[in-house]
Design a protein around this ligand. Sequence first.
Ligand code: MN
Length: 128
Amino acid sequence: MKPVILMIEDNDQNLYLMTYLLEHAGLEVVSACDGARGIEVALGLLPALIILDIQLPGMDGYEVAARLRASPALAQVPIVAVTSYAMPGDREKVIAAGCTHYIEKPIDPDSFVGEVLCQVRGAASCEE
Ligand code: MN
């Protein structure tokens, strides 16, 4: 069975590119375009990993991460934050919100899949 990735992302172009790359690597991708829907889908799906855009309409990614982590069923699911705020301290802020990894946008198609796969397998095996 293919690992299922939940992608919470409101931008169609980013969604398309990341979905394309992950499906090409043999993963299954389910998407949600805002945080509320993303949380609902996550609870029903229990995905292998969640990709979380930080800039979302309504509830931002920090709040989404905190709410996902508040659910015991999702406490261990890796959450990869993707954000284009390239500000000092962002990494620390997304990790503090409960994310396991941080990728800056625009994503690098050459390294994106490798980073996601390594998080799916377990963050302990990932190079930082
Ligand atoms: Mn966005």
